[in-house]
Design a protein around this ligand. Structure first.
Ligand code: ZN
Length: 137
């Protein structure tokens, strides 16, 4: 549990925040062209269909890029924060925080395997990612 700014759900993002609160993060999929869609919206950005369905993600992702924020806003309890773009296995990119790893470049390899976790913040639950455990561990 951390403190800090909490995103305000809109009608389009409310199902997303409900899914993270249930710890089953879901994104939209287009029923016409099959595209995975993030961020939430009312129609498919590829084919403009409004025939969309929410489906839980696998939770697997890879690290696409990151910045280490050494001076987060004072409202954050944490001293340092890794702000990252991750590629979900579903094929969409999401801005998130990386947790469970030292905020140093040597610990963060682009393309490294990540897995979904959740961080309670106020009355929301934010999706965060941590390094994936190896199969053998
Ligand atoms: Zn579509």
């Amino acid at each position: 549990m951390t403190t800090g700014p909490v995103p305000k759900p809109t009608p389009e993002t409310l199902p997303f925040w409900e899914s993270t609160r249930a710890r089953a993060m879901s994104i939209q999929h287009c029923l016409d062209c099959g595209a995975a869609i993030f961020y939430p919206r009312s129609y498919c950005p590829k084919c403009t269909s409004s025939d969309l369905e929410w489906r839980p993600v696998s939770g697997r992702a890879t690290l696409a890029s990151y910045v280490i924020n050494r001076r987060p806003l004072p409202v954050f309890e944490v001293e340092q924060q890794i702000i990252a773009l991750v590629n979900l296995e579903e094929g969409v990119r999401m801005m998130t925080n990386i947790v469970g790893v030292e905020p140093v470049p040597t610990a963060l390899q682009l393309g490294m395997a990540l897995e979904l976790d959740y961080d309670e913040r106020g009355d929301q639950v934010l999706p965060v990612f941590r390094p994936a455990l190896k199969e053998s561990e």
